[in-house]
Design a protein around this ligand. Structure first.
Ligand code: FAD
Ligand code: UDP
Length: 371
C-alpha cells in the first residue's frame, strides 16, 4: 500500500518509529480494530534492538548488545505472544590493571582485587569501612562513593563514566550509576530480575511477528519530517527524539551516541569468557560483547562488537542531568499541548529506559489512546 492511498478515517493512526515503543503501540491499536501506518526512516524494523545475521552467519545486534530482563509479568506475557525464549543470564567482567574481575562488584571482586578472604559479613564491613558517606546522594559520583568509596570508584566507575557520557560522574544524575548494584554475596549476574531471557529466534523475528497484522502497514526508509507538512494526519504516535519534533525550538536536547565496531573472528569458538567485558580505564571503547554467549548460537567462528561513545551521530541515550531534564520538561509541555500526538519511548520521553520499560510505557500509552 502506498502512503498516498491511506485514508483519514477516525480509526487511522500514523506511528513514527518501528522500535519497541512504536511496534507495541501499533499492535495494540491494530488489535483494537484501528488502521495503522507505521513509518521508520531506517531500512528495518526493531529500532535499536534490531538483530541480523552478519556476513559469516552469526546473529548480531547491529546497535549494540540487547539483553532482555524484567520484573514485570505483564511485559513478559505480552512479548511472549510474539516469541519463545531462551533462558540467558548476562555476566560481565571488568578489566582493571590488566586483570578481569566480576562486575558488578561483589565479594569475589573484593577478594581477588585486594587478595582477601572475606565472607558476606566481612564484605559488608569492608564496604562500610571504605565508603564515603554522602548526604544527599544526588549525582552518580555520590552513589558510588557513598557505597564503595574512592578506590573502587576510581578503578571501575570514574573513567568508564567519563568515556561513556563525556561528562564527569558528578554531573550525571544518581540514577545512572545506581543501575549497577553492589553485592556482598558472590552473585555475578549483571541483572537480578526475575525474568531474564533472549528471544529464541532473535529480536527482529519477534518484531516481525508483532507487526504481522492485517491492520498494520509498515513503510521503511521514510522520514516522518519529509511528509508531515504535506499530510493531514490527525492521530500520530511519535517515538523519535522529542526536540526534533519541535524543530529544536528551545535548542538541542543532548543525546549520547555510539559507534559500533563489529568484527567476525573465523575459526574461533570463543573470544572471551563471558558475554561482555568492560574496559573502564583502557581503550577508546567501553566494552566488548561476544554475541554467541547471548544467543547460544553454535558456529565455528564468533562475532564481537566494540562500543565507542561519541557526541554526534544517531541518538541512543538521553543524558540524565538537571539541565537536560529542565530542557526536556519544556519540550514535554509542548508535547502535551500538541493535539492528536502521543510521545512515547526512550527518545520521545527522554528517559533512560530499558526495553521492558519501553514496552510498559507503550502499553500504557496505547491503553490511553484506546480509551
Ligand atoms: P528506538 O529503538 O530508538 O526506536 C525509535 C525508532 O524511531 C528508530 O528506529 C528510528 O529510526 C525511528 N525514528 C526516529 N525519528 C524518525 C523519523 N523522523 N521518521 C521515521 N522514523 C524515525 N535495553 C535493555 O532492556 N537491555 C539491554 O541490554 C539494552 N542494551 C542497550 C544497548 C545499547 C547500546 C543501547 C543504545 C540501548 C540498549 N537498551 C537496552 C535500551 C533499548 O535499546 C531501548 O530501551 C529500546 O530499544 C528503545 O525503544 P524505542 O522504541 O523507544 O526507541
Ligand atoms: N558503569 C561504570 N563502569 C562499568 C559499567 C557501568 O562506571 O564497568 C556506569 C556508567 O556510568 C554506565 C552506567 O554505570 O553508563 C550504567 O551501566 P549499564 O551497563 O547499565 O549501561 P548501558 O548498558 O545502558 O550502556
Amino acid at each position: 500500500m502506498s502512503i498516498k492511498k491511506v485514508s483519514l478515517a477516525p480509526d487511522f493512526f500514523v506511528v513514527v518509529g518501528a522500535g519497541f515503543a512504536g511496534s507495541v503501540v501499533s499492535r495494540e491499536l491494530a488489535d483494537a480494530g484501528n488502521q495503522v501506518l507505521l513509518l521508520d526512516k531506517r531500512s528495518h524494523i526493531g529500532g535499536n534492538a534490531y538483530d541480523e545475521l552478519d556476513d559469516a552467519g552469526v546473529l548480531v545486534h547491529r546497535y549494540g548488545p540487547h539483553i532482555f530482563h524484567t520484573n514485570s509479568e505483564r511485559v513478559w506475557e505480552y512479548l511472549s505472544r510474539f516469541t519463545e525464549w531462551r533462558p540467558y543470564e548476562h555476566r560481565v567482567l571488568g578489566v582493571v590493571e590488566g586483570k578481569q574481575y566480576p562486575f558488578p562488584i561483589n565479594r569475589d571482586t573484593l577478594n581477588r582485587l585486594y587478595d582477601l578472604d572475606l565472607d558476606e559479613q566481612g564484605a559488608a564491613e569492608f564496604f562500610e569501612r571504605v565508603r564515603e558517606p554522602r548526604e544527599p546522594v544526588r549525582s552518580s559520583e555520590d552513589v558510588v562513593l557513598n557505597s564503595v568509596g574512592r578506590d573502587l570508584y576510581e578503578k571501575f566507575f570514574l573513567n568508564y563514566t567519563r568515556k561513556q557520557w563525556g561528562v564527569e560522574p558528578s554531573e550525571l544524575k544518581a540514577g545512572v550509576a545506581a543501575r549497577i548494584p553492589i553485592r556482598t554475596n558472590t552473585d555475578d549476574r549483571y541483572f537480578t530480575d526475575t525474568l531474564q531471557a533472549m528471544p529464541l529466534h532473535g529480536y527482529t523475528k519477534m518484531f516481525q511477528c508483532m507487526l504481522d497484522h492485517p491492520n498494520i502497514t509498515v513503510e521503511l526508509g521514510v522520514d516522518f519530517f519529509d511528509l508531515r507538512h504535506r499530510k493531514n494526519w490527525e492521530q500520530i504516535v511519535y517515538t523519535g527524539p522529542i526536540d526534533s519534533y519541535f524543530d529544536c525550538c528551545y535548542g538541542r536536547l543532548p543525546y549520547r551516541s555510539l559507534s559500533f565496531e563489529h568484527e567476525h573472528l573465523a575459526h574461533t569458538e570463543k573470544y572471551q569468557a563471558v558475554g561482555t567485558v568492560n574496559f573502564p580505564n583502557d581503550h577508546a571503547y567501553t566494552r566488548i560483547t561476544e554475541f554467541k554467549h547471548l544467543t547460544g548460537q553454535e558456529h565455528g567462528g564468533t562475532s564481537i562488537v566494540r562500543e565507542y561513545p561519541q557526541a554526534e551521530g544517531d541518538p541512543y541515550y538521553p543524558i540524565p542531568n538537571d539541565k537536560n531534564e529542565e530542557l526536556y520538561k519544556r519540550y514535554e509541555a509542548l508535547g502535551k499541548a500538541e493535539k492528536g500526538v502521543t510521545f512515547v519511548g526512550r527518545l520521545a520521553q527522554y528517559r533512560y529506559y530499558n526495553m521492558d520499560q519501553v514496552v510498559g510505557s507503550a502499553l500504557t500509552a496505547a491503553k490511553r489512546l484506546l480509551e
